[in-house]
Every structure is written in C-alpha cells, then in structure tokens.
Write a protein that binds this ligand. Structure first.
Ligand code: CP
Ligand code: NVA
Length: 304
C-alpha cells in the first residue's frame, strides 16, 4: 500500500518521531544516504510560488541520488487542461512521488486518491505539514526535547497554524495562540488537536492577547497576514491584524527571551519587525534549512 504525507494527523506519534530522528541522522551524515533513492524521480506540481519548498525538495531528491522536476504555476492549472484524476494516473506511470502545492485541500485529496504513488502536500490553503515538521525539528534541536515546551503563535489562524496544531498536540508541545477573533484556526482542527493533546497532556489554547502569549513563550511563531491567494483582501487584513505584530516592545515584555520562528517569506513591518526577524533569537534560517533534512526523511520513508 502506498502512503501519502498530506496531514500530520494521519501519521502516528511513532512515525513522526521516526521522521525526526531520521532527519537528525540525515543532517549529521548526509553522505550515508547519497544513493538511497537512486533511479527514482518525483514531480513537483506547484500552483503557487515557492522558494523553500521548491528548492529543498529538488535539492533533497538530488542529494538522495534521485531526480526531481518542477512544473510551476505557468504549467500547472489543475483541472483546466485535464482533470486532476487524469494527471494523477498519468504521472504515476512516470514518477515515484508527487509533491503538490495548491489552493484547495480537496485537490490534494483527489490527487492522492487517484495517484498510485505517494503524494506529499507541499502546502494547501488548509495545511502546511512539511513546514510544521521542520519547525518542531528546529525546536527539538534547540531544546533537546519537545514535551512541555511552550510555543506561542501570534497572527493568522491559517495553514501553518493548522499543521502546527496537529504537530504540537501529537508531540506534547504546549501551544498558546492569539489571533484576531475572525481569524481563529478552524474549529474542527482545533478540536481534533485538543483530542490528540489529551493523550500527550499538552496544553493547547486560544488566549486573549499577544502579550499573554509572549509572556510564557519559549518560542514565538508568526506567519504573514496576507497569504498566497488572499492578495485582494490585503487592505482589510492589514487593518484587522493591527496589534498582532511581533515587535521589540512585545519582546521586551516576554519573560523567557523567546526564540523567533517564521516559516518565511515574511513581510517586514507587518506581522514582524525588521529588528525582531534579524535579532539573535531569530531561528528563521535554521527552520528554512531544516525543511531540507526533514523532507529528505519523508521522501526516504515514502519512496524506499
Ligand atoms: N515556508 C515556505 O513554504 O516557503 P516557500 O513558500 O518559499 O516554499
Ligand atoms: N500562510 C502562508 C505560508 C507561506 C509558506 C501562505 O499560505 O502564503
């Protein structure tokens, strides 16, 4: 049976821990894995722009001895030239895996349903699971553990937060979230995460203000206020998110000198200031690097 990587909730705690420890080994000793996917090819189908996801999957595949090719927004218009189910079955005859970046989560599910090779979610409007695994890998690198670590998220209850919710709940990280009321994470995802959290005893909660989040956080995470595809809502969003910026004033009030996390790209002067993103506590490029190691681990587990 082929396996997909679409949503962190579908992967067991043991499987996630296995990915994290394989990522550690890949980072320490990449040479050991230089040929493990020799002769294999993956297709990257991206309907939205990308730097990190695009390059880290391409390079990751090369570093494992395999091949990758990229079809960007110019070429990929799912369902326009032909339906997703036909793309899925055609590609499955050529490649050993598909990474899809698209708008609707339904597209990812349909691709996975019809592809006979593993499908990896390289970001949808709903989820960004590869990002969340790289993020918790980064937290583990810094703290040497995950259970009981306090992560704070300030900003938009979007794809990045949704995947973090599952990841934190499954691995015992406490997650305190402050968003404007209209931008809370999806209720059903929040509730599902709370259920996973009961087993690991992690605390997942929506709190009243960014200050409340900052006070307990050991890591402070934010993401853009205007995600890809939301450009038309820009003016409204900038107004709605006022007061949810991670800036020097907020950091001064934080008790634990929190590390700063951001999936990138960031919008300086919107969700975060230049001084904070460039500060010595910022781990954003470690996160970006770790996308490579973690995705190589995912590829090995799915394609080997
Ligand atoms: N964080 C992230 O997914 O970056 P890209 O959009 O550049 O891939
Ligand atoms: N929330 C952002 C994440 C980018 C990596 C977006 O969807 O554009």
């Amino acid at each position: 049976m082929k396996r997909d990587f679409i949503c962190i909730k579908d992967w067991s705690v043991e499987e996630i821990e296995d990915i994290l420890s394989l990522s550690e080994e890949l980072k320490r000793n990449p040479q050991k894995f230089a040929q493990v996917l020799a002769g294999k090819t993956i297709a990257l189908l991206f309907e939205k722009p990308s730097l990190r996801t695009h390059v880290s999957f391409m390079v990751g595949m090369y570093q494992l001895g395999g091949n990758a090719f990229y079809l960007g927004p110019e070429q990929v218009k799912l369902g326009v030239r032909e339906p997703i189910k036909d793309i899925a079955r055609t590609l499955s005859r050529y490649v050993e895996g598909i990474v899809l970046r698209t708008f609707s989560q339904e597209n990812v599910l349909e691709m996975a349903r019809y592809a006979t090779v593993p499908v990896i979610n390289g970001l949808s409007d709903l989820l960004h699971p590869c990002q969340a695994l790289a993020d918790i890998f980064t937290i583990k690198e810094k703290k040497g553990k995950l259970k009981g670590v306090n992560l704070g998220f300030i900003g938009d209850g979007n794809n990045v937060l949704h995947s973090l919710l599952y990841a934190c709940a499954k691995l015992g990280i406490n997650l305190f979230i402050a968003t404007p009321k209209k931008y809370q994470p999806r209720r059903e995802i929040f509730e599902e995460a709370k259920e996973f959290a009961q087993e690991t005893k992690s605390e997942i909660s929506l709190v009243k203000s960014p200050l409340e989040v900052a006070k307990t956080a050991e890591f402070l995470y934010t993401d853009v206020w205007v995600s890809m595809g939301q450009e038309r809502e820009r003016e409204k969003r900038l107004r709605d998110f006022k007061g949810f910026q991670i800036n020097e004033e907020l950091i001064e009030k934080a008790k634990n000198n929190p590390y700063i996390l951001h999936c990138l790209p960031c919008h300086r002067g919107e969700e975060i200031t230049e001084a904070v993103i460039e500060s010595k506590y910022s781990l954003v490029f470690e996160q970006a690097e770790n996308r490579l190691h973690v995705q190589k681990a995912i590829l090995i587990r799915l394609l080997s």
